[in-house]
Design a protein around this ligand. Structure first.
Ligand code: SRM
Ligand code: SF4
Length: 549
């Protein structure tokens, strides 16, 4: 447990103080009481902060209508789970909707506090949880959205992701061992080749890497139990051929103050070791992370203070083992795929189909329909991507043609416009009180207009984020737009800073700010010029003349 006593009381920030007074997770036991009391009468700190430990977010923009953030490990859910989420938002009529998030997750809106006991019962019945999904907890763990379907993947990480989530949430019931971190913590793990998780922007990421078989593994020989649960895929038995495992990256994060890509820990672990190493890193962060200044509490700040070598050796101490050095290269050697469209699975005769969900926004009817699609044509499984889209898996060849004639495919296209296809947007001013600008609606409109005036020869990934917190990840985009206050004719107006050069997949690196304070009302021609100048877009009339002449 966190030894907050070691930090003097006066040096604690206000968040640390209220956590020290009452652990956030304690709110779980008080839900009945709070539901009966109502949101206006309840304690303000409970309402604004502690409820986030059970995934319930007070929205100052829509007081009384809360947001609920789920946990969808690896972004995979069943049609039954999707239907329960749909039922929850359905009861709120026009106020109810849901968003797919940039962490392969779902957030529900319009939630009334008096319904929480019933909602939690519904979640429980289908194995859903929203526990520890906000505030100083570990966020939804991202994994390859086509894990287990991809013929080219090196390791199916679904079980590992679930094990890690089960460890720090006590199988979704809540775990006070990890409910008081210095700040949020992001984990990603991928066994695929295209860095589908944006490993570089996570506090902790596991990326696939082979190690020459030397028989000198750090794990105690034959004692897998000590390293956590087996994964059913034992790559460590043959010590002659290269052994599969993961290189570890640490410290990636975005914040209003600072953005950093993750750096190598210089450690390589087998799949069997991942769980224990994850726990050790979380414990080191929990017990040593900086708690005085909340703007300097993410893992990278601790790594800065200690240096990576000390951080690594503290992790080794927790583990009670030395870590092997990183494999010389990782296996992220593909460009990132977006999975929209039809793809054959590694299982013969089966396909997965990626549907484009415009800026991740869904209404109850959409969610019921997506669940129906998964049941009727697939195996009842749905998957979410960090681009805020949905994949329906396990569709037999024989059902594919009928699937493609389903009316829902018109709404959620398998072949959207070039810009629409890769558009990502954070929540923005409609629901988020940090927002400096409206995002989702504006982004959708502007992209439509740009598409109608231009032709493209390559995709361009445009990400919108409503403020410098960077939830919409503008730094990973070809063009990233970050909400800001701009000035026009002496007046403050909604504006954006423009980021460019974000590279995803192989050799990922973060984009940088190239232009500041463009008023949103003047943005479209600026984007148009950027698309023409840097991404080979052509004005439609010009493209027509060229093709005719
Ligand atoms: Fe975020 C805070 C939404 C992904 C960095 N984020 C918030 C809050 C909770 C602020 C608030 O209370 O209103 C937003 C809720 C708005 C709402 O009503 O939806 C919010 N963040 C989101 C989501 C929904 C954006 C989206 O539309 O997809 C994403 C939910 C992910 C999930 O399922 O858990 C989301 N947020 C991210 C990411 C991207 C990622 O994880 O890959 C980042 C940058 C990466 C990172 O954290 O290192 C991100 N969110 C932040 C920050 C800045 C953190 C920091 O260290 O300063 C905040 C502010 C904070 O925590 O104090 C924040
Ligand atoms: Fe809200 Fe800012 Fe995050 Fe967008 S980036 S969801 S506006 S906190």
């Amino acid at each position: 447990m966190t030894d907050i006593a070691t930090t003097t009381k006066t040096s604690l920030n206000k968040f640390e103080k209220f956590k020290a007074e009452k652990d956030g997770l304690a709110i779980k036991q008080e839900i009945q009481e709070i539901a009966a009391l109502g949101w206006e009468a309840m304690d303000e700190t409970d309402r604004d902060h502690r409820l986030k430990w059970v995934g319930v977010f007070f929205r100052p923009v829509t007081p009384g209508k809360f947001m609920m953030r789920m946990r969808i490990p690896n972004g995979i859910l069943t049609s039954d789970q999707m239907r329960v989420l749909a039922e929850v938002v359905q009861r709120y009529g026009d106020d109810g909707n849901a968003d797919i998030t940039t962490r392969q997750n779902i957030q529900l809106r319009g939630i009334r506090i008096e319904d929480l006991p019933d909602i939690f019962n519904k979640f429980h019945a289908v194995g859903l949880t929203s526990i520890q999904s906000g505030m100083d907890n570990i966020r939804n763990i991202t994994g390859d959205p086509i894990a287990g379907l991809d013929a080219d993947e090196l390791y199916d990480t679904r079980e590992l992701v679930q094990q890690i989530q089960d460890m720090f949430t006590n199988k979704g019931e809540g775990n006070s061992e990890f409910s008081n971190l210095p700040r949020k913590f992001n984990i990603a793990i991928t066994g695929g080749r295209d860095n589908s998780v944006h490993a570089e922007i996570n506090d902790l990421a596991f990326v696939p890497a082979f190690k020459e078989g030397t028989g000198e593994l750090g794990a105690p020989s034959g004692d897998k139990g000590q390293w956590g649960l087996g994964t059913g895929q034992d790559f460590s038995s043959n010590t002659q051929s290269p052994i599969f495992g993961f290189n570890i990256l640490v410290g990636g994060f975005f914040s209003a103050k600072r953005c950093e890509a993750a750096i190598p820990l210089n450690a390589w672990v087998t799949p069997e070791e991942v769980l224990a190493v994850c726990r050790a890193i979380l414990e080191v962060y929990r017990d040593n992370g900086l708690r005085a200044n909340r703007l300097k509490s993410r893992l990278m700040w601790l790594i800065d203070e200690w240096g990576i070598d000390k951080f690594r050796s503290e992790v080794e101490q927790r583990l009670g083992k030395s870590l092997l050095p990183a494999a010389p290269k990782d296996e992220i050697d593909w460009e990132k795929r977006d999975h929209i469209g039809i793809y054959q699975q590694k299982q013969p005769g089966l396909n997965y189909v990626g549907l484009h969900i415009p800026v991740g926004r869904m209404y109850a009817e959409d969610m019921f329909e997506l669940a129906r699609l998964a049941d009727v044509y697939g195996s009842g499984e749905l998957r979410l991507t960090v681009e805020q889209n949905v994949i329906i898996s396990n569709i037999p060849d024989s059902r594919l043609n009928t699937f493609l004639t389903d009316p829902l495919i018109e709404r959620f296209s398998i072949d959207p416009g070039v810009l629409t296809r890769s558009l990502v947007s954070c929540t923005g001013a409609q629901f988020c009180n940090f927002a400096l600008i409206e995002t989702k609606n504006r982004a959708t409109e502007m992209i439509k207009d740009l598409e109608s005036g231009l032709t493209f020869t390559r995709p361009v990934r445009i990400h919108w984020t409503g403020c410098p917190n960077s939830c919409g990840q503008p730094q990973v985009a070809d063009i990233g737009l970050m909400g800001t206050k701009a000035r026009k004719n002496g007046k403050a107006v909604e504006g954006v800073d423009i980021y460019m050069g974000g590279k995803v997949g192989k050799d990922a690196h973060l984009g940088e700010c190239i232009q500041k304070g463009i008023p949103c009302e003047d943005l479209q021609p600026v984007l148009r010029d950027l698309l023409i100048e840097h991404f080979g877009a052509k004005p439609r009339h010009e493209a027509l003349v060229t093709s005719q002449g």
